[in-house]
Each structure stands twice: as structure tokens, then as C-alpha cells.
Design a protein around this ligand. Structure first.
Ligand code: ATP
Ligand code: MG
Length: 415
């Protein structure tokens, strides 16, 4: 593990330099220090300082008090938002969710001591290239170990989200859980149950999108966390959860795919997604995929049936459905379906009547029909003729076909 690697982005570095130039302490802290040691690109470079928020606000032209109750000011430098947080400790977690009181401190070591895991409790001064690592975070990184800072049960009782974060970091980084840290997960479930659904969702999504989603699901199940936030899946039992975990392993890292696989065994995907506060769009995408649970990949026999399926799935969701099918079903059969779809050109072909080179007004003109539901049925029938014979996807051919196809519709909806 080298500390040489990735430099901080220029805006974050400029903020840190300006704080030091004004006589304050300023260091990079938390995730960026961890990720830099791992040679990974950090999501954001957070700065910690002994300067009070008012001093930070006064020092920069563009500073927004985004989290003053936590001592956080967002400084915008060279177009980059940089979070600057005053060294702080926390007192009392009566509700297991947020500290009762935030107290500023002059000592970096105290600030690091309130953090969740040893690998997240390091600071780095880029000017002197000094690593501040009071809890052996670097050694744990080298050993591939997620370990709570201090007593794990105590720390997980302060904030019930931490157990899930432990699983998330282990899944993302391919680490193991330090045994006392893992044991503390089961011992503090009462606190975990009080954590807001939003916070749980964020960590669960990161676990699902990690390199080891299946490992994550298994550990969530064995530690009991899954029973607390996704009881529908947990209730499937160890064997079926293990099956889902194995299925997750082969899927592309797309949220809708991984959620659909996770929920494949439950009747109602909507309720758990709603409870976990997934957005309407996320919910809709997963419920749509989940709706094809009953589909046997060999069921569409004729070409028109394959087209009809692709039209029902929709071009946007097709890739995801094939990925889910391959993961949870017979992979060879789903791959064969994918090949049939490709052979028909159904991924790029007309999937709805809107994609035809004729429309309802053409039909009214050719057949002398008034506006009516019959027009929609006629266009649908024309679409299916095109699916059966792609050479008909031509305006002249379709106009010529209209009387014949209209005659097959019968009279029941005639005005
Ligand atoms: P990511 O790369 O996913 O952003 P991160 O380590 O930066 O990971 P954040 O949630 O952005 O995680 O938090 C930043 C830092 O704040 C962490 O590295 C950790 O030091 C501290 N932290 C965050 N959440 C908690 C928590 N629930 N309890 C204690 N410390 C926390
Ligand atoms: Mg972060």
C-alpha cells in the first residue's frame, strides 16, 4: 500500500492550504484518506480543521453553512464544493440515531475517535505528508479488515446505522469483518431498528452495487440485519437467501437488476421498496422487472410472440430483464431468448404503433373511418403484421394493407 498515488483535487487542496496559511490546523479526513491509501478514487475529499465554522465562513468568498449543526461549511473553490468540518466530538445518543450534542474540540485525535471504523478514522496532511492514524486504521486496511473504533457494541449502540455501514464497507472493499465487530451487529439490533429508512436505503444500495452483493446479502441475513429491514426476503430462509446471493454475484451492477433479483422470491416488491423510500422511478423499474417473474424464457414460440414480449418489456428494460432472467432462471434458456430477440432485430425494431410509418389519420383517410378506438386496434394489427414480416415496415405497403387488415377486425367496435 503506497501513499504516493492519487493527489487531492485542486479546489480541496486550495481550501486546505488557505486554512493552514491563516494559522489553523487543516487535514484531509475520513473516506478520502482511506481511499487514497487503497489507491482508489475518493468520492469526496473532506477537510477537518480546528477553526470554528464562523472563521471558516469568514475566510472564503464562497462558503455555505450546509451543516452548521455539525460544524460543516461547504466552501466552493475552483468550482469544487469542499466540505470543511470543525473538529468535534459527540455526546449522548439517546435515540441511537443522532448525537444529543455536538461539541467542538481543538484536538484532531478526539475528532477521529468519534468516527465509525479504524480505516475511516485517519487524517492526512498533504503539506507534510503526515498520516494521523491513532487506531491502527492503516494496519486494518492492509489486513483487509473492518474494525470499529473502540468498543463495537458501544459504538453501534450510539448509532444504529454503523452495523450496516460495516457490512457495506466490507462488501465494497472485499474486506472481512473483525470478529468482535461482526458479533456486535447481532447484539445491537434494537438500535438498528430505530434508524430511518432513508439512511438504511443509502447503505443497502451501496452494498448491492458493490463488487460482492451476494456476500453482502448473506451477511445481512446471518447477522439479522436483513430480518429488520427486509423481513420479506429474510423470511425466505437460509437456503433461498443463499440462492439469491449466488444469483446476485453474476449480475451487472445496475440497481434495478440487483433489487429485482433480491426481491425475486417475494410476492409483492412494491411494499418493501416503498418502505425503504426508493424513488418512484426506482420502484417502477424494479416492479416492472419483477412483474415478469412468471415468464418462462421458452414461452414465446412464434416470432410475433417474441416481438410482443419485447414490446411489453420495453426497449429500456429489456437488457435488465435478460440479466435478471439469466441470474435467477435457466441461463442457457435466457441467453437463447436473447439471441432470438437479436435475430429478429427486435431491439431496434418498431415496438409500438407510434413507431409505424403510418398513423390514425392515414387510417381515417384510407378507410373513411371516424376517430374511434378501432383505429388503435387497426394500428396494433398492422404492427403485428410488420413483426411477422419486417419487409412490410414501409408506408406504401402499410397503406395498401389497411383495408384487408381492417376487415379482419370484425364489427364489434364499429361506431
Ligand atoms: P464513501 O466513500 O462511501 O463516501 P466515506 O467513508 O466517505 O465513504 P461518508 O458517509 O461520506 O463515508 O462519511 C465520511 C466520514 O465520516 C467517514 O469516513 C467516517 O469517518 C465518518 N462517518 C460517517 N458516517 C458515520 C457514522 N454513522 N458514524 C461515525 N462516523 C461516521
Ligand atoms: Mg464520503
Amino acid at each position: 500500500m503506497t501513499a504516493g498515488g492519487i493527489p487531492p483535487p485542486p479546489g480541496a487542496r486550495a481550501v486546505l492550504d488557505a486554512l493552514q496559511a491563516a494559522g489553523h490546523e487543516a487535514v484531509f479526513v475520513g473516506g478520502c484518506v482511506r481511499d487514497r491509501l487503497l489507491g482508489r478514487q475518493a468520492a469526496d475529499w473532506d477537510v477537518a480543521t480546528d477553526a470554528l465554522p464562523e472563521a471558516v465562513m469568514a475566510l472564503f468568498a464562497k462558503a455555505i453553512p450546509t451543516g452548521l449543526q455539525h460544524g460543516t461549511v461547504t466552501v466552493v473553490e475552483r468550482g469544487e464544493p469542499v466540505e470543511v468540518t470543525t473538529y468535534r466530538v459527540e455526546r449522548g445518543y439517546a435515540d441511537g440515531r443522532r448525537p444529543d450534542e455536538v461539541i467542538y474540540t481543538r484536538a484532531l485525535a478526539d475528532d477521529l475517535g468519534r468516527r465509525d471504523f479504524t480505516m475511516n478514522a485517519m487524517a492526512w496532511d498533504p503539506v507534510t505528508d503526515r498520516l494521523v492514524d491513532p487506531f491502527g486504521g492503516r494496519a486494518d486496511l492492509e489486513a483487509g479488515r473492518v474494525r470499529a473504533v473502540g468498543d463495537a457494541v458501544e459504538r453501534f449502540t450510539e448509532d444504529g446505522l454503523r452495523p450496516l455501514r460495516a457490512v457495506r464497507f466490507a462488501a465494497v472493499l472485499g474486506f472481512e469483518l473483525h470478529p468482535p465487530t461482526e458479533a456486535a451487529i447481532g447484539a445491537t439490533r434494537a438500535t438498528f431498528r430505530r434508524v430511518s429508512a432513508e439512511r438504511v436505503r443509502v447503505e443497502f444500495v451501496k452494498t448491492l452495487l458493490s463488487a460482492r452483493p451476494g456476500w453482502g446479502l448473506e451477511v445481512l441475513h446471518t447477522t439479522g440485519l436483513l430480518a429488520d429491514f427486509l423481513p420479506e426476503v429474510d423470511a425466505l430462509g437460509p437456503r433461498r437467501v443463499a440462492g439469491l446471493a449466488a444469483a446476485l454475484g453474476g449480475t451487472p451492477a445496475r440497481l434495478a437488476v440487483r433489487l429485482a433479483v433480491t426481491l425475486w422470491g417475494v410476492e409483492d416488491a412494491e411494499a418493501p421498496l416503498r418502505r425503504l423510500t426508493f424513488s418512484n422511478a426506482e420502484r417502477r423499474a424494479v416492479v416492472h422487472l419483477h412483474g415478469f417473474r412468471g415468464l418462462a424464457p421458452g414461452a414465446p414460440r412464434t416470432d410475433v410472440e417474441v416481438w410482443r414480449l419485447v414490446a411489453a418489456v420495453g426497449a429500456e428494460a429489456l437488457e435488465d430483464l435478460l440479466a435478471v432472467g439469466e441470474a435467477v432462471g435457466d441461463p442457457a434458456a435466457w441467453r437463447a431468448l436473447g439471441r432470438r430477440i437479436d435475430a429478429l432485430g427486435a431491439r431496434g425494431g418498431p415496438l409500438s404503433t407510434r413507431a409505424l410509418p403510418v398513423d390514425g389519420r392515414d387510417a381515417m383517410a384510407v378507410l373513411g373511418l371516424p376517430p374511434s378506438r378501432r383505429l388503435g386496434r387497426l394500428l396494433q394489427a398492422l404492427l403485428e403484421r410488420v413483426w411477422a414480416d419486417p419487409t412490410l415496415a414501409d408506408r406504401g405497403a402499410l397503406l395498401a394493407l389497411m383495408p384487408e387488415v381492417d376487415a379482419t377486425l370484425g364489427d364489434e367496435e364499429a361506431p
